[in-house]
Design a protein around this ligand. Structure first.
Ligand SMILES: Cc1cc2nc3c(=O)[nH]c(=O)nc-3n(C[C@H](O)[C@H](O)[C@H](O)COP(=O)(O)OP(=O)(O)OC[C@H]3O[C@@H](n4cnc5c(N)ncnc54)[C@H](O)[C@@H]3O)c2cc1C
Length: 511
């Protein structure tokens, strides 16, 4: 019998003696483990895959082959949880970029204005981030990472409305599931991603499966790594060509990553999936409305085969609406809410989920100094649902621009936002102030309501009036995006570096 069971039988549920188990050891699980280690004596992460010892992709997170941008809010939280992590990654070659200045960003309304800013982002491949986070956790004496082990189901408990642990099976080839063993725990967290089997596990224990909502714009990814050519002399470090549905469902991002490499991800919505063959991949890149990415890669050396991925639907499981959940069973990360990854929100929301866990555990200790978990599960899921709400509305709202998106369809508010955002995007091609606000909202540094603050709203209204009158504010060539599939050879606009702008009210006067 293991220590957790002994403690329970002795009635010893003191917080400092407890054991937490995290199911799934990707980013959401690892960040949760980091938080749990401040509240539990022992934390075990159970991961199905074998963890690689270097920054390599693995089977359980196929998305790691594709561009993974970390939003600024996520970067802040990661640094809070692992001080110095960012410097470690920079030392391994991850470039630190000025998002407003170093990324040539082609929106549906044209090139976003570029200017030196405080929006500093780190560019890396996903395996590099995971490796560094795992290294940090391996130095934490309270955390044990058990890999190559699959979680099979939850185990019932004699204590009402609790579970006692999980049944796991070490994945040793040649041996079948009869060697499954029980791991008992005081708190269990599911972080097994989009494919989480928790709804089924809960039903087996006579709990209701959660309501599930899916919004699918049928977006496909295809990616490949290239060596950056020695003679490359573009004035950008990353290039992002956003899709513009319903007319143009193709997009791409060329991301400079560690090891002097580019990671190119092509995206196609509405089932216009980017292909995995050499010729088709290049043709897809060439069909983008601006040649910036095609021109860059045509002379670059490919370093990997082309990898594709189609599991990109928005999927939310409404655990917060459950009548009942086991008090000591929580769920977070993609297992609860997974987004169309084009908006780069998943890792940041996973990190905010970890912060929410921290808040709830502290609160629980205050409310129940005896160590009881009563009320924890639903309270946590409700808090997490609030964190997920705005990113969900943002991602699904944008996805309803695609002509054949599966889901309930855009409501009045979404349709209004589509029109409003058209104007905002047009403004971001020439207004530093508006682009700064959009970047803050996009990076989850401020709520989306910030897009309606007076300095944005006023400009939008002015532009609407001007458009109605047939004018073209500041002579901006804003009809450019209507030239579907035509190639725009204009270069991205960039303000001189010396124009050193801080994100403050002075911007609104200048732009
Ligand atoms: C194509 C694509 C591109 C993306 N790009 C971005 C981006 O640019 N920016 C961003 O922030 N996010 C991005 N995301 C989202 C991001 O990858 C996830 O949000 C992030 O990995 C957190 O997910 P997670 O840890 O909840 O689940 P996952 O990353 O899916 O991990 C689940 C883990 O659980 C393990 N597991 C599953 N079942 C079991 C079991 N029964 N037993 C044991 N272990 C199990 C798996 O092996 C895996 O390690 C992208 C996603 C996709 C699909």
């Amino acid at each position: 019998m293991n220590t957790s069971e002994n403690r329970k039988q002795n009635g010893d549920r003191r917080p400092e003696n407890r054991h937490a188990v995290v199911l799934g050891g990707s980013l959401a699980g690892l960040l949760a483990a980091r938080v749990l280690s401040d509240h539990f004596e022992q934390v075990t992460v159970i991961e199905r895959d074998v963890y690689p010892e270097t920054a390599e992709t693995r089977r359980g997170i196929p998305q790691a082959n594709h561009v993974h941008g970390l939003l600024l809010r996520g970067r802040q939280v990661l640094e809070e949880l692992f001080p110095g992590l960012q410097d470690e990654m920079i030392a391994e070659g991850a470039p630190l970029l000025d998002m407003a200045n170093d990324i040539a960003w082609h929106t549906r309304a044209g090139w976003g204005i570029r200017f030196p800013s405080e929006f500093k982002v780190l560019a890396f491949t996903r395996p590099l981030l995971d490796l560094h986070v795992r290294r940090r956790l391996s130095q934490n004496p309270r955390i044990e990472m058990v890999d190559n082990t699959e979680v099979l189901r939850l185990l019932p408990d004699s204590v009402e409305n609790h579970i006692s642990g999980v049944l796991v099976c070490p994945r040793v080839s040649g041996i079948d599931r009869y060697v499954a063993k029980a791991i008992s725990a005081d708190l269990i967290i599911d972080a097994t991603g989009r494919g989480s089997r928790a709804p089924r596990w809960l039903k087996e224990l006579c709990y209701e499966a959660p309501e599930e909502i899916v919004v699918n714009a049928h977006i496909g990814y295809a990616s490949r790594l290239y060596r950056v050519p020695e003679n490359f002399n573009g004035d950008w470090t990353c290039a992002y060509v956003q899709s513009a549905p319903p007319k143009r469902c193709r997009g791409a991002i060329l991301f400079r990553v560690e090891g002097n490499r580019w990671l190119l991800t092509l995206t196609g919505g509405d089932r216009d999936y980017p292909p995995s063959d050499e010729t088709g991949f290049l043709e897809f890149a060439r069909s983008l409305p601006v040649p910036i990415i095609y021109d860059a890669i045509s002379s670059a050396e490919p370093l990997t085969p082309i990898k594709t991925h189609r599991g990109t639907e928005n999927r939310v499981r409404r655990y917060e609406r459950a009548k009942q959940l086991p008090e000591n069973f929580l769920l977070l990360g993609d297992a609860v809410c997974a987004f169309n990854p084009v908006y780069g929100q998943g890792m940041t929301i996973a990190s905010l989920g970890a912060l929410t866990l921290e808040t709830c555990l502290r609160e629980q200790a205050r409310l129940h100094p005896d160590g009881s978990f009563n009320g924890l599960s639903l309270r946590f899921q409700k808090r997490l649902a609030k964190v997920n709400k705005a990113p969900w509305l943002m991602a699904t709202g944008e996805d309803y621009r695609y002509p054949n998106t599966d889901g309930a369809g855009p409501g009045v508010m979404t349709k209004f936002m589509h029109r409003y955002m058209e104007h905002v995007l047009r403004l971001t091609t020439r207004s530093v102030a508006v682009r700064s606000v959009l970047m803050r909202a996009f990076n989850i540094l401020v709520p989306p309501a910030a897009l309606f603050q007076p300095r944005v709203l006023f400009r939008v209204l002015l532009q609407m009036v001007s458009t109605r009158l047939g004018g073209n504010v500041n002579g901006h060539p804003n009809r450019n995006h209507d030239r579907d599939r035509s190639v725009d050879r204009r270069q991205p606009s960039r303000k001189p570096h010396a124009w050193n702008i801080r994100v403050s009210s002075t911007q609104s006067r200048r732009s």
